[in-house]
Design a protein around this ligand. Structure first.
Ligand code: NAD
Length: 297
């Protein structure tokens, strides 16, 4: 069965993108957030996303306006979900906030409504009981800038109904995503399982002083045909995030190499070398060395 009414809970960075993408593909969309201020913020996101659709996808202004007109907003959860076929949750990555949200949602939404979480780092099984309808709950994970990076990882937990899973696969395709079904729960899905392994391996080579960052990135780029290496990628992700993730790891492992890596990252953070966001990280921008025509020679 096709969904007609979609509700997005949380109109932040990702929620606004999912709402816009769904409306652009013809769905009636409701965005729920906790305050009028947050909704104003969502509307600002819609303007920017609309501009990106025009620049990146050659969408017309009329198409963008039609998409925006298909989106309604509400700060009342009962109103936002009263007739929803599908609720996509994109609220903060905080287990307590998400659990409380699902406990309320499970009571308010009609019995037919299917729920999906866009969580990046948590597992759907963690919230399955809170929803009150575990068989109608799963993860649907988008990437930032979904109109360009159009992956949708679909991951159930061990009680997700197969029919529900397939319906969500069909929905993802219907909004222009490439549906990537996972057969079982996997922390960090496919994308971040691969990415984190690569980034950690790069950091370890650097921390052990096996090679300098240019050599490591050059090796990866030349030997795999990837457009850039792990250190260039960390500049895009943001050194702050890389630092925080590795600090947690080093606190757990107490491994001297992990601690050395964190110390080096901390120095960068303190020097405001946060990557592309501040113009300097492992490389200097706007003309990073890895874009130099001689870099791979
Ligand atoms: P964000 O902070 O930009 O947005 C969160 C929104 O949720 C805000 O508008 C906030 O007002 C609202 N909110 C807070 N509490 C709420 C509640 N109880 N009910 C309803 N709304 C509430 O966060 P984001 O970056 O959009 O991330 C949202 C989710 O998407 C997280 O689970 C995150 O892991 C996931 N995600 C993020 C990215 C990314 O690149 N930002 C990528 C993939 C997945």
């Amino acid at each position: 069965m096709k969904f007609n009414k979609i509700t997005i809970a949380g109109g932040g960075v990702l929620g606004a993108q999912i709402a816009f993408q769904s409306a652009f593909h013809g769905y009636e969309v409701m965005v729920y957030d906790i305050s009028e201020e947050a909704i104003e913020n969502t509307k600002t996101f819609f303007k920017r996303i609309g501009e990106a659709f025009i620049t990146d996808l050659n969408a017309s202004e009329a198409q963008v306006n039609e998409a925006i007109n298909r989106i309604s907003t509400s700060i009342s959860l009962p109103e936002a979900v009263e007739d929803a076929d599908f609720v996509i949750e994109a609220i903060p990555e905080n287990p307590t906030i998400k659990t409380e949200f699902y406990q309320q949602l499970g009571k308010l939404a009609p019995a037919k409504t299917i729920f999906a979480t866009n969580t990046s780092t948590l597992l759907p099984s963690q919230f399955a009981d809170a929803t009150g309808r575990p068989e109608q709950f799963l993860a649907l994970h988008f990437a930032n800038e979904i109109w360009k990076r159009n992956t949708a990882e679909i991951m159930g937990h061990d009680r997700t109904d197969k029919k529900v899973f397939n319906q969500v696969v069909d929905f993802a395709k219907s909004i222009g995503m490439v549906a990537l079904p996972l057969n079982k729960e996997q922390p960090k899905y496919i994308v971040n399982t691969l990415l984190v392994s690569l980034l950690n391996a790069g950091l370890e080579l650097w921390g052990k002083e096996v090679a300098d960052i240019h050599t490591i990135d050059k090796t990866w780029t030349l030997s795999t045909g990837a457009p850039f290496g792990p250190f260039a990628m960390m500049d895009v992700i943001g050194i702050n995030t890389v630092y925080q993730v590795n600090q947690i790891k080093a606190n757990e492992t107490k491994d001297p190499i992990d601690i050395k890596i964190v110390d080096k990252l901390k120095e960068m953070v303190e020097a405001n070398e946060l990557g592309t966001a501040t113009g300097k990280g492992f490389y200097s921008y706007p003309n990073p060395a890895y874009k130099d025509k001689d870099f791979l020679k």
